[in-house]
Design a protein around this ligand. Structure first.
Ligand code: PLP
Length: 358
């Protein structure tokens, strides 16, 4: 297998895919695939419950939080979240730091309004607002931010505090290291980076917020109903949930938990940024305190080298390094499943390319 630096859907651990292959046709002697199981069967219920238990253990999720395995990706949360939290009125407040937080703002504004409590616009989306810059509106219902801007490569270096519930899009950084879940009202994360297949979205919600929904909330949006019915108000994304469970198991038993994962991720990101900073060809614009450990965008000093860079990287087995279409340049996503050897191979390739073409 080649090294896959895709921002999402992203690399999955080879071991997880091997296990899925082994279990594909005949799950534990049951003579059928997980994909073919009733979501209400005892076999599937055991899979779903084990996945939740493992996730709770990994993130040390407190007992007063519910874990939901929903569908519609992270983008549907841009609408579900306000429907679930605006029962008493008020305005959602946002930290604007890049393209994903902007999309969350746009959906909220379209539905029920939005207030920007702090913004990175003035610094060109290169540095996150500091705690003291956050100014909530007087009618703030909750604060929303994007822990890691996948496209810009900007990651918060702290968890913002507010007098209202803090909600967070953690799609591209969840499970990259330990997390203090108790600081949040709601956390959500699309699965296709550090969790599993696209389409699945994980929601972790504090249980006192389950009574805050608007009365006109669509049934399938309703966190409370989902929590009461084990995320099975309708047929859940059963196979994706199972695969997420295999990833949680890998994190626990192969990696050794999120502290170990964090150490690996720090090493990977630190060495790639060091290589970029030491070079005359590559550069990254993000303020050092906000450089993302998961998504490392960089540009080449000479744009004409972009295409050769991508072609040669691809031929060397370093896949999907093209930056997002809205910003251009390159982006190396270093999610959990990208092994350290992959980052070493990328760094060697970049140095060699610079020597030959830079
Ligand atoms: N939020 C962030 C931070 C993302 O990186 C992405 C996607 O890639 C999304 C939201 C949207 O996720 P989805 O495509 O699952 O709706």
């Amino acid at each position: 297998r080649h090294y896959n630096f895709c921002a999402g859907p992203a690399a999955l651990p080879t071991k997880v895919l091997e296990r899925a292959r082994e279990e594909m046709l005949d799950y534990h002697g049951r003579g059928l695939s997980v994909m073919e199981m009733s979501h209400r069967s005892p076999e599937y219920t055991a899979i779903a419950e084990q996945a939740e238990r493992d996730l709770r253990e990994l993130l040390a999720v407190p007992d007063n939080y519910r874990v939901l395995f929903l569908q519609g990706g992270a983008s549907l949360q841009f609408a579900m979240l306000p429907y679930n939290l605006l029962g008493a009125g008020g305005t959602p407040n946002f930290l604007y730091t890049g393209i994903w937080s902007k999309k969350a703002v746009a959906e909220s504004r379209h539905l029920f309004g939005a207030h920007i409590a702090a913004s990175s616009e003035a610094n060109g989306l290169t540095e996150a607002p500091r705690q003291e810059e956050i100014q909530l509106s007087s009618d703030a219902a909750y604060l929303h931010y994007t822990a890691n801007e996948t496209i810009g490569g900007l990651e918060f270096d702290y968890i913002p505090e507010a007098a209202v519930p803090v909600t967070c899009d953690m799609s591209s950084s969840i499970l990259s290291g330990p997390l203090d879940v108790s600081r949040f009202g709601v956390i959500y994360a699309g699965a296709q980076k550090n969790i599993g297949p696209a389409g699945l979205v994980l929601v972790i919600v504090r249980d006192d917020l389950l009574d805050q929904a608007r009365p006109d909330i669509p049934t399938m949006f309703n966190y409370k109903l989902m929590a009461e019915q084990g995320s099975m108000v309708n047929t859940p994304a059963t196979y994706s949930w199972y695969l997420a469970g295999l990833v949680f198991d890998w994190l626990k038993n192969d990696i050794g938990g999120l502290e170990a994962m964090r150490a690996i991720n720090e090493r990977k990101a630190t060495k790639l940024y060091a290589a970029i900073d030491a070079s005359g060809l590559y550069s990254n614009p993000i303020a050092p305190r906000n450089r993302s450990r998961m998504n490392v965008p960089f540009v080449l000093a000479d744009e004409r080298l972009n295409q050769p860079f991508l072609e040669e990287a691809d031929a060397a087995g370093l896949l999907n390094l093209k930056g997002h279409r809205s910003v251009g340049g390159m982006r190396a996503s270093l999610y959990n499943a990208v092994p350290e050897e992959g980052v070493d191979a990328l760094i060697s390739f970049m140095a060699d390319f610079e020597k030959r073409r830079g």
